[in-house]
Design a protein around this ligand. Sequence first.
Ligand code: SF4
Length: 181
Amino acid sequence: MVTAAILSAQTLDATVNKTTPTLFAKYKTAKDYANADIEELTDMIRNISFAGNKAKNIINTMKAIQEKYNGKVPNKMEELIELPGIGRKTANTILINAYNVVEGIPVDTWVISRSYRWGLSLNNDPDKIERDLMNVIDKKYWHNWAYVVKTHGRAVCQTVPFCSKCPVNKICPKNNVKKQL
Ligand code: SF4
């Protein structure tokens, strides 16, 4: 979970999904990753963006989990974001999927661009965007907001949106956005 979350930053899901089966077959525990050879790990994830940095972050994160948390991934936001390579987006993803704990909204590239398009946040910084979204979206939707945005984005709200075919075009707040779509 932690490994996949670190790998997924700025990388397509399909690319991560192609890489993880081999990786998970070789490394099964935090200790396995903590003791991994960085060159070997980098080579195994070479198709992932920033492979060298991510390999280093995975190893250092797993070392910290081994040493500070007895091999168990922490379940608190403030502890997760102290780990190398883990920001709020990754921490939110881990908390929601591994622990069913909802502290915020994972802000990925889909959420960033569609938040702007829909006028929900005009900020560029993911943490500020998350704050803006948390102020306007009911908490019961936080856990799957990123998933819904991505699914809707792929279906109709694409780079060039198919607004005439969109099932929510009558309530879409895009008309309130001052800047061009
Ligand atoms: S109407 Fe639908 S497709 Fe168009 S911008 Fe809004 S959500 Fe996206």
